[in-house]
Write a protein of this length. Structure first.
Length: 286
């Protein structure tokens, strides 16, 4: 088969995926964003977009930022330490295979199932709550209302943030060449000097890129928060839900489109930074 024929066959093979992306990603995004620039009569307006500067919307974006940043930083640190610990086991061993499989599953675990798992575990009548109360007399989770507020989202988000970090950061750790450590030791370097002068600078782009990916993952998460928080709209995805289900919100019915525009702008900046860091990190992984 000639190179031209292979290229044509590859293009036809990508066609179903391209159609899928167009119908279920590009078109809905354009519709969602476009609605923010039109009023209910179909006339162009900037009034709805201007609502992004209102105190309520700014507070909502602020909540999304701190929740995403907190879970991203904590998830990145714990996940990186777990990856480092796994370097001490065989790559084809049972433990490594089990952890890799669990990480792949748990990174995609969320929504109603995850919310129910946390409510059933540390809710007011959760298994752990009752066990600590009945056996040890501890009421650590007696006030289970916190799980249905903003602080209650931190633990469920970490549940899928840490496995995602392990999936994305492990290849970077494995790309550290043993010859670098051997050269450092041969030249009289210490282990501390190796990590500070060689390993950390090499791993920094991958770590920061994974951190941005975790931030984007938390910032765009909806299902878990929607299942736990049925009242209020403390983060942007829930604010969009409120705008779509409420007849009026801040006097602008198309506010959901403007909120979507704000989210897309934030995600675009984050993903551009992620792409730049990944292109820098891949040079050391070849």
């Amino acid at each position: 088969m000639s190179s031209r024929t292979r290229g044509t066959a590859a293009a036809w093979g990508l066609l179903p995926f391209a159609v899928y992306v167009l119908l279920f990603l590009a078109v809905p995004t354009l519709i969602a964003v476009g609605t923010g620039f039109f009023d209910e009569s179909g006339s162009f307006t900037l009034d709805t977009v201007a609502a992004l500067g209102s105190p309520v919307v700014l507070a909502t974006f602020g909540n999304s930022f701190w929740l995403s940043a907190l879970t991203a930083v904590v998830g990145a640190v714990i996940g990186a330490l777990a990856c480092y610990a796994l370097l001490g086991v065989r790559a084809d061993g049972a433990l490594r295979s089990t952890v890799d499989s669990l990480s792949g599953v748990l990174a995609q675990f969320g929504g109603v199932m995850l919310a129910f798992a946390f409510v059933a575990t540390i809710g007011i009548q959760g298994m752990v709550t009752l066990f600590l109360r009945d056996v040890f007399g501890l009421d650590l989770f007696a006030d289970g209302v916190w799980i249905y507020a903003m602080p209650g989202l931190v633990l469920p988000y970490l549940y899928f943030q840490i496995p995602l970090m392990m999936i994305t950061f492990m290849p970077a750790l494995e790309s550290l060449k043993p010859a670098w450590a051997e050269a450092n030791a041969t030249l009289g370097g210490t282990a501390t000097g190796y990590w500070l002068r060689i390993a950390f600078p090499v791993l920094a782009p991958s770590f920061l890129g994974s951190l941005l990916l975790l931030f984007a993952n938390a910032f765009s998460s909806y299902a878990t928060a929607a299942a736990l928080i049925s009242q209020g709209s403390q983060i942007v995805p829930l604010q969009i839900r409120a705008a779509l289900t409420s007849e009026t919100l801040l006097g602008r019915e198309n506010l959901a489109g403007a909120l979507a525009l704000g989210m897309i702008a934030v995600m675009a900046v984050v993903m551009l930074g992620y792409s730049a860091l990944q292109s820098r990190a891949v040079r050391w992984q070849r």
